[in-house]
Design a protein around this ligand. Structure first.
Ligand SMILES: CCCCCCCCCCCC(=O)SCCNC(=O)CCNC(=O)[C@H](O)C(C)(C)COP(=O)(O)OP(=O)(O)OC[C@H]1O[C@@H](n2cnc3c(N)ncnc32)[C@H](O)[C@@H]1OP(=O)(O)O
Length: 218
């Protein structure tokens, strides 16, 4: 995130922050949870998913991998904590805030014109014929649109609807320019728009409504 970027109401430590409803009343922001190598850890998981998407392991390799993956999962299972304290989704120093379920993006600016980010769809986001799956494009819009809405209304929002116009192929493994912005705010409603470009070429557009949650709202 760029210096001086504005952000929704945030907190750097949530231990004292009351858990109000399904979302926190504040957006947790951290840079240290999970330790200094959490970014590398996340990237290894993404590389795993990239490889799995294209892998065709012979049976003896599958046998070996299943054992290794089972051991890894056992080790990871022992480190699980609750969602409010997990690094995933709060590490603003990492791609997609350290959330490996999102297409990795880096926020380059947040200002009065909205949120600007570079998003790169990976091999594991493949829809077909080297193009990103449309659902993953919507996921990127949901998170970056939610971010722009939260900044505009200074509070955590949930998506009421989100539509995507797929204008041209969204390529994989290519840094794309994403922009989301609040077009209009009406009470708790934030009408939000977005676009993803590959250079000058428009890949997809978003039209969405985000609603600011009331205190305690699920
Ligand atoms: C730095 C880190 C950043 C971090 C930034 C991180 C960003 C992450 C963003 C992720 C966002 C998600 O994925 S959220 C997950 C996906 N979304 C959901 O699960 C939401 C499920 N739906 C709901 O929970 C609910 O329906 C809500 C909260 C959306 C709305 O319910 P509500 O709060 O009771 O509000 P309600 O009274 O019904 O509606 C309020 C007003 O909105 C209108 N409205 C409500 N829904 C709709 C609709 N679909 N289409 C049109 N209009 C609607 C109503 O008519 C009303 O207008 P009026 O009468 O006032 O004029």
């Amino acid at each position: 995130m760029s210096d001086g970027a504005s952000s929704p109401e945030t907190t750097t430590e949530i231990e004292e922050d009351p858990h109000e409803g399904g979302f926190r009343a504040h957006t947790a922001i951290t840079t240290e949870r999970g330790g200094p190598r959490y970014g590398e850890f996340s990237e290894q998981v993404r590389a795993l998913m990239d490889n799995v998407r294209y892998a065709c392991p012979p049976p003896e390799v599958a046998d070996e991998l299943i054992e290794q993956l089972a051991a890894i999962n056992e080790k990871l299972d022992a480190t699980r904590i609750d969602e409010w304290h997990s690094p995933s989704g709060t590490r603003i120093d990492l791609p997609a805030r350290g959330n490996i379920t999102l297409p990795p993006f880096e926020v380059t600016d947040v200002n009065d014109d909205g949120v600007f980010a570079t998003v790169t769809f990976r091999d594991f986001h493949l829809g077909g014929n080297k193009a990103a799956h449309g659902g993953h494009v919507a996921v990127a819009f949901d998170d970056l649109g939610g971010y722009a809405s939260a900044v505009a209304i200074q509070g955590v929002c949930r998506t009421a609807y989100l539509t995507v116009q797929y204008r041209s192929i969204t390529p994989l493994n290519t840094p794309l320019q994403a922009h989301t912005w609040a077009d209009r705010v009406d009470g708790r409603k934030v009408f939000t728009k977005g676009a993803i470009y590959d250079g000058d070429r428009l890949c997809a557009e978003m039209d969405a409504l985000f609603i600011k949650l009331n205190p305690g709202q699920q």
